[in-house]
Design a protein around this ligand. Sequence first.
Ligand code: CA
Length: 221
Amino acid sequence: MRILIAEDEVKLAAEVAGFLRNAGMAVDCAANGVDASHLAETEPYDAMVLDLGLPGMDGMALLTNLRSKDIRVPVLILTARDRFADKAAGFRAGADDYLTKPFQLEELLLRLQALVRRAAGHAHSEIRVGALALDTTSGVATLDAMPLRLTALERRVLTYLMMHAGRTISRTELSEHVYEHDHDRDFNSIEVIVSRLRRKLGRERIETTRGEGYRLPDHAA
Ligand code: CA
């Protein structure tokens, strides 16, 4: 999953980004409202962390603008503004969650994970696809209850395919959700990651739809 952090406190943004990356997420950062708005409109993020006091464009205006354009990315407002009136305004503008500073990184992570799985249509924190299981809070994936040893990119690809099991996912879509913005995207490397995953999971678990992409059959045994 890929997250956008809109935060002008550079140290805090780096700290949050490091923590989320460590938990397996791809993370892009924007230090002003204009860049954040542009990224949110052009890249399909799985969730966005939004500070309200941003230079260039205020977070609330940014969010209102995104929703007016029907951009549905789950948005968690992360701000020092802790008055009820601010929270109510945030939810009215289209926020999905609201966390006030100071906060625990672990709590931010749990909230983001819940937003992402909810947006993909999963109520339970564990996703099962046949013999595959994914604990979306710990990131641990198992096959027949045996933990899989995966690299960060393999885990991101498998997580995205499991979250969207049954649907054919194009290589473009996969790369947009597993690579960070400045990463040199290369369809071959998605192919390489999928082939490494197949060696670990069994070839038949990830179907190739010729010319279209990959699919995890949701009936997979
Ligand atoms: Ca700020």
